[in-house]
Design a protein around this ligand. Structure first.
Ligand code: GDP
Ligand code: MG
Length: 292
């Protein structure tokens, strides 16, 4: 029996549900999800596999117009994600396919790789809207157009089967049972960032970065984590800390629960907040915080 494997780039505008889909397909939460666009900053690999196949998903930052250096890095990461992939999985939101989506669909449609178009969030539109929209996609040069709900799981079996039929022959790239290439340190930092994004509003979220200081295993059942949340302004720092530390506490306890799940141990999480002005435009800061 031949082994089939391949790299699959998940492409689409911010917020279409790329990270949600990747987590659903690999059955574990490794990419952070948020209602705020541009949540995913780097390139995260998600891995799913069976007895004779392995899929390596590349979750990319959404395709969008860059405004800061971080934005430039994110667009480049999205485009770099296409180097060496076997299948392009383009994603759009049902009922909301606009000019930008069509431009992305068309641009990706010219590529030589196998291409599948997933129309996500079908749970949020009527059947009529969906059918009418699917009709407008009849002619796109993709191997398949598949309506799904990454959140509810609708259509994911069909999508996975379709992906499997397009996998080329190939090796097992990662050990069996792995779900990601990312070290625990990075996953933990991403969880803390997700909880900060969930709890903070407006201009603060995009200005924060997480630096992990230490992950120390104190015993078989207890690990201590020290991390710093960087923000761009003194005023933001006050918001992140909150009244008598209430906001920081909320972010910390939500993050702790997810990290305990991930690492399967009790966690003591110690968070600090520091100001580092304009870090998003400073290459050396981007590096410290895990970008590039
Ligand atoms: P990304 O920016 O493309 O990675 O999108 P995310 O995965 O972070 O998801 C953006 C938002 O869309 C989150 O609030 C998700 O919960 C939501 N979402 C993702 N998939 C679905 C879906 O199938 N149905 C609905 N109703 N919402 C979804
Ligand atoms: Mg994402």
């Amino acid at each position: 029996m031949e082994f089939r494997s391949g790299f699959i780039a998940i492409m689409g505008r911010p917020n279409v549900g790329k990270s949600t889909l990747m987590n659903a397909l690999i059955g574990e939460k490794i990419a952070i999800v948020s209602e705020k666009p541009q949540t995913t900053r780097g390139r995260i690999l998600g891995i799913a596999g069976g007895a004779d196949w392995q899929m390596v998903f590349v979750d990319t930052p959404g395709l969008h117009k860059p405004r800061t250096k971080l934005g430039t890095y994110m667009v480049k990461a999205a485009e770099d994600a296409l180097d060496g992939v076997d299948i392009i999985l383009a994603m759009v939101t049902a009922g909301e396919i606009g000019a930008q989506d069509r431009a992305i669909i068309e641009r990706l449609g010219r590529r030589k790789e196998s291409k599948i178009l997933a129309v996500n969030k079908v749970d949020a539109v009527s059947r009529e809207t969906l059918l009418a929209e699917l009709n407008t996609l009849h002619e796109v040069p993709y191997n398949a157009v598949i309506p799904i709900s990454a959140l509810r799981g609708d259509g994911l079996d069909e999508l996975q089967n379709m992906l499997r039929t397009h996998l080329p022959e190939g090796p097992r790239y990662f050990p069996e049972d792995s779900v990601t290439d990312q070290p625990e340190r990075v996953l933990c930092a991403e969880i803390i960032r997700e909880k900060a994004l969930l709890n903070l509003r407006e201009e603060v979220p995009h200005g924060i970065g997480i630096e992990m200081q230490a992950i120390t295993k104190l015993s078989e059942r207890l690990t201590e984590i020290h991390a710093t949340i960087y923000c761009e302004r003194e005023a933001h720092k006050r918001i992140v800390i909150g009244k008598q530390g209430s906001m920081l506490q909320r972010i910390g306890s939500a993050a702790r629960l997810d990290i305990e799940q991930l690492l399967d141990t009790h966690i003591v999480l110690r968070l600090w907040v520091k100001v580092r002005e304009d870090w998003r435009n400073r290459p050396e800061d981007l590096r410290t915080l895990g970008y590039e």
